[in-house]
Ligand binder design. Structure first.
Ligand code: CA2
Length: 148
């Protein structure tokens, strides 16, 4: 099963600033952890990050065309990008939305994600463990569908 782990703006700076909010794991470590989890679970995992909305939308179209699973941290776009939401709605495989921080315990503008309504499920506030949990969920779906 092909899985895209897609990350939105500023997440490439993980571990450099605000460790009290986002933890001490660097973006490079996050990529390595997702790849290791993918290997463990037999998932073909590709991890990407972009600060450009059009690039993320292109990757979502690619995932839709391939019927791939997606783990998405839309970052700030979660809160206002109907373009990202519409691209997510086109996906044909499962979509797990991940937030490292607990967006509900932060500023009011972070409490709502326009993406969540079109996601299969949402994980938030569990730090970078959320990515591993999302990949475990996708592997479980794959296993259940293989069993029929
Ligand atoms: O908690 C999350 O994962 C967020 O999606 C992260 C976004 C934020 O806009 C969302 O409300 C919640 C921001 C990512 C910024 O990442 C940084 C990384 C290092 C230093 C500063 C910001």
């Amino acid at each position: 099963m092909r899985v895209y782990v897609l990350n939105g703006p500023n997440l490439g700076r993980l571990g450099i600033r605000q460790p009290e909010v986002y933890g001490a794991t660097s973006y490079a470590d996050l990529v390595a952890n997702c790849q290791a989890t993918g290997k463990e679970l037999g998932l073909d995992v590709e991890v990407r990050q972009t600060d450009a909305e059009a690039e993320l939308i292109g990757w979502l179209h690619q995932a839709a065309d391939e019927e791939a699973g997606v783990v998405l941290n839309p970052a700030a776009w979660s809160h206002y990008s109907y373009a990202v939401r519409d691209a997510c709605a086109m996906l044909r495989g499962p979509l797990v939305e991940v937030h490292i921080s607990n967006i509900h315990a932060r500023e009011e503008f972070r409490h709502h994600s326009v993406v969540s309504a079109v996601a299969t499920g949402v994980i938030c506030g569990l730090g970078v463990d959320g990515y591993r949990l999302a990949l475990l969920h996708l592997a479980g779906l794959r296993d259940r569908s293989a069993r029929g």
